[in-house]
Design a binder for this molecule. Structure first.
Ligand code: HEM
Length: 451
């Protein structure tokens, strides 16, 4: 078997069939279209209106009656919108479909998250029917995903001026986001941090391809070359970690926690455990009620999954009937990226057993360094999660407890963390336990030198 059958090359890391580009990886090679054709203008203009109205989440601290009225005015207009067609002009064009998913899921989250905190969640037909149809076509869940906020939500800050404009990967500092909920730079930087990691990760994809090529040969020279590729990969993963930590430069943790993150909540992180009811779904024969409704998480980023698969990190659930968060996140990725990962996982010559079988000390050390770099990426990720979620959540709980105590001074306030539910990630995980687990599983992948 040639490498092409394992990881199609042809100047394209994963081949066109997988939508993985040799310059931009899982990001599309050109900026995604910024607007749908006129037939779907109502969706686009509702999104423009929502952004211009600076809508606020229904549970935002300090929400005024005017804010609440402002969002009800927008929601009333959204309910009146006609149910626009998801016809063959749309379904035959993946570029249009992706933009439609982005626009509709932004509308969906604007609608749901601006509702008063105790109102039932009834998504109007004008949004529910098209978002279900478009998602069905794309084979992803009908809510905001990482691909809507990051992969298909960018443009150039300034048009590239090189003669090869359009042929090169965008410079990491020349990106901006197309759509934002809050309009804040903090939100944009949160998305762009992931976009930069996707772009920088392309080199890792190429190193994987070369490694797999050499594993096919498998002789002594190949082993030396693989050691070299793994050493280069350590540098790339370290840079991904730096890019992750750089999110602190322009994304403020408190603003992220209180003004950005609430927009991402899916059904499974709803504070009141409300069900999302998609109006009209029962009447349409071709549609089914959605079951996967977790908010967007960079856990849906294919680049991190690819590194795990390549290095052999096992994220499988220990309970057979319950799929792990990591495998559940596959269903939120663009279908072709999911297929690419499946393809890689099915590789008949995985790297880790190969390294063990060679009993080559240098190769083993290089492999372990690459795994260690990924573990350190996850250490950094835990620092970020603590800074952006755990810390602000504790402070918010303390403030709430103090307020309760003020109102009802006869009662002792509940200390933060005590008798409270564990903190949930946007993907609905018990985030502290989960992130420690993925980090520990990565560390445990290293090969002891006596093996
Ligand atoms: C402010 C920035 C970030 C915060 C606060 C954050 C927070 C979280 C949280 C809470 C989870 C738990 C899963 C969930 O329920 O959603 C998670 C998972 C994950 N995040 Fe992030 N994240 C951030 C940035 C990133 C970036 C830039 C990446 C890389 C592209 C990334 C990659 C992942 C991955 C791969 C997972 C799955 C768990 C794992 O592999 O360890 N995150 N993140």
């Amino acid at each position: 078997m040639t490498i092409e059958t394992q990881l199609p090359a042809e100047g394209n890391v994963g081949g066109h069939v997988f939508d993985v580009d040799s310059r931009t990886g899982f990001m599309p090679p050109k900026p995604p279209i910024p607007r749908l054709p006129a037939m779907w203008e109502d969706w686009e203009s509702m999104l423009d209106l929502a952004i211009a109205a600076k809508l606020k989440c229904g549970d935002q601290v300090g929400l005024t009656p005017e804010d609440a009225a402002n969002s009800e005015t927008w929601r009333a207009q959204a309910r009146k919108m006609p149910v626009l067609p998801v016809n063959s002009a749309l379904t035959s064009c993946p570029i249009l479909l992706r933009r439609a998913h982005l626009v509709l899921t932004f509308l969906l989250h604007f609608y749901v998250q601006t509702l008063p905190i105790d109102a039932p969640i009834l998504i109007p037909r004008s949004i529910s029917i098209p978002v279900l149809r478009v998602s069905q076509q794309l084979d992803i869940p009908p809510l905001l995903t990482f691909s809507d906020t990051v992969l298909y939500n960018w443009e150039f800050k300034s048009p590239p001026i090189t003669p090869d404009a359009g042929e090169e990967a965008p410079a990491l500092d020349n990106l901006r986001s197309q759509a934002l909920f809050s309009g804040l730079v903090d939100e944009e930087e949160f998305y762009l941090c992931s976009a930069r990691i996707e772009l920088r990760g392309v080199e890792a994809l190429e190193l994987m391809r070369q490694t797999m090529d050499e594993m096919f040969v498998g002789d002594e020279i190949a082993v030396r070359r693989i050691s070299g590729y793994l050493q280069t990969m350590v540098g790339v993963i370290n840079e991904l970690k730096t890019l992750l930590l750089d999110v602190r430069k322009q994304c403020d943790p408190e603003r992220y926690y209180s003004l950005v993150r609430p927009w991402f909540r899916g059904q499974d992180s709803d504070l009141k455990k409300r069900k999302w009811v998609f109006e009209g779904v029962k009447e349409e024969e071709d549609l089914v009620e959605p079951t996967e409704l977790s908010g967007p998480s960079a856990g849906q980023s294919s680049i991190v999954h690819v590194l795990d698969v390549f290095l052999g990190v096992d994220h499988q659930s220990k309970t057979p009937d319950k799929p792990s968060f990591m495998s559940r996140m596959l269903t939120y990725m663009p279908r072709n990226h999911r297929l690419f990962l499946k393809h890689l996982s099915a590789n008949p010559r995985p790297l880790r057993p190969f390294v063990v079988s060679t009993q080559d000390q240098e190769l083993l050390e290089c492999y372990n360094k690459a795994v260690l770099a990924l573990k350190e990426f996850r250490d950094a990720h835990m620092i970020i999660a603590t800074l952006y979620i755990i810390g602000p959540a504790r402070r918010a709980a303390r403030a709430l407890a103090a307020k309760d105590a003020e109102i009802d001074s006869g009662h002792e306030p509940t200390p933060p963390g005590k008798d409270r539910e564990p903190l949930k990630g946007t993907g609905g995980t018990d985030l502290v336990k989960f992130l420690k687990d993925t980090r520990n599983r990565t560390g445990a992948t290293m090969i002891p030198s006596s093996t």
